[in-house]
Design a protein around this ligand. Structure first.
Ligand code: FAD
Length: 360
């Protein structure tokens, strides 16, 4: 059976909810289809100690400020999950879950959204499926895996599989990656004295100044977008400030001298890692904190082309399929659109463009 609606939003994380908020304001008929069984998107799956890099007041979706937490700490992931659950209830957003979208196809003047529970026919689609679901593991040119990855006898996991240091008690752990996830997970592991940590980064870690948090990052991303839109010189945006936000646990571990980075090793061996000069270190586990890619496989039938394997967009609208909007994946869908505070504006623009397309 096929159910008709104006708009299908794919994904019920923060980006999908922000889209829902603005579609409702435009009085459009829509559904949000979410593969998770419970609200909160990726925040339900992060490690236990993860805290936002901004205060609650700077982590809000449109309409409803995130309630502040007592105490000096920025909110934890659990607080975000509660906030998102409350948000979808408060605005009575029509989230259907668990529903996984398998494919989106063109179907005359409509788009056909095929799911594991049935088919939806829509005049427009917002894809807001995030990146958490597509972990990226590095390879080297000419190979499809990092050298020795299949030889290593220990445990290998990605950021998405890490939960808490106690899971590695008494072990020799290698954390790979000089971004926020790598620094935070490495710092988390330093809280256990019996963990022998190696933190491997491709270049020396670039910490942002200690007083820079998500607020400044949002401003930097917005200023960059404005400069590019106005034809001025690229300001460099967030990347120009550094790679690692010095959140309190990272700062503490760094200042205590516990967060020292080693150069990236060149291969895994059965017992551990090996650097270019032949030096080796034994390891029980390797945690690859090497990033994510947009989860877009459901859009494959549309044959959209663009830089770095994702669709070319104008704002959030796919250039090759104007009935499709992409929301939340990164700066290519709006400045800081992959953040809580940043997704509201592109969501509003997407809903506005969809309303126009539908003649409302
Ligand atoms: P998600 O939260 O991933 O939600 C997407 C939803 O779509 C999920 O429920 C998923 O199951 C569903 N889905 C996926 N594929 C399908 C499909 N085919 N069919 C149906 N449903 C599907 N941002 C901040 O603002 N502040 C921070 O401090 C911050 N810290 C971060 C720390 C880490 C470690 C990471 C990884 C990100 C952080 N971010 C932060 C960035 C961002 O806010 C989160 O990544 C956020 O989860 C992105 O929300 P989203 O809605 O785009 O995606």
């Amino acid at each position: 059976m096929t159910t008709r609606t104006d708009v299908v939003v794919i994904g019920g994380g923060q980006a999908g909810l922000a889209a829902g908020y603005h579609l409702r304001r435009k009085k459009l008929d829509f559904v949000i289809l979410d593969a998770q069984g419970t609200p909160g998107g990726a925040w339900q799956h992060t490690w236990d100690s993860l805290h936002l890099f901004s205060p609650a007041a700077f982590s809000s979706l449109p309409g409803r400020p995130m309630p502040a937490r007592p105490g000096p700490e920025y909110p934890g992931a659990g607080h975000v999950v509660e906030y998102l659950s409350d948000y979808e209830q408060r605005y009575d957003l029509p989230v259907h879950r668990p529903v996984r979208v398998r494919r989106v196809r063109r179907d005359g003047d409509r788009l056909r959204v095929e799911t594991d529970t049935g088919v939806w026919s829509a005049r427009a689609v917002v894809s807001a499926t995030g990146t958490w679901w597509r972990p990226f593991l590095p390879a080297v040119p000419g190979r499809n895996a990092f050298p020795g990855r299949n030889a290593f006898a220990g445990r290998q996991l990605h950021t998405t599989g890490y939960r808490r240091p106690a899971d590695f008690a008494g072990q020799r752990v290698v954390v790979v990656g000089g971004g926020n996830s790598g620094a935070q997970i490495a710092a988390d592991l330093t809280t256990h004295d019996d963990i022998d940590l190696t933190w491997a980064t491709q270049r020396p870690p670039r910490f942002l100044a200690d007083d820079i948090d998500g607020r400044a990052l949002f401003d930097a991303a917005t200023a960059r977008r404005r400069a590019l839109d106005e034809g001025r010189t690229d300001t460099g945006g967030v990347a120009s400030l550094g790679d690692i936000v010095a959140v309190p646990p990272v700062r503490e571990a760094r200042d205590a001298g516990l967060l020292k980075a080693s150069p990236m090793f060149t291969r895994l061996t059965a017992e551990g890692i090996e650097w270019a000069d032949g030096t080796r270190a034994a390891a029980d586990a390797v945690i690859w904190c090497t990033g994510f890619r947009p989860a877009l496989s459901h859009l494959a039938p549309l044959g959209l082309r663009g830089p770095r394997g994702h669709a070319l967009t104008h704002g959030t609208r796919a250039v090759e399929e104007p009935r499709l909007h992409l929301l939340g994946y990164g700066d290519w869908t709006g400045p800081a659109s992959a953040t809580l505070i940043g997704v509201g504006r592109p969501a509003r623009d997407a809903a506005g463009e969809i309303a126009e397309l539908l003649g409302r």
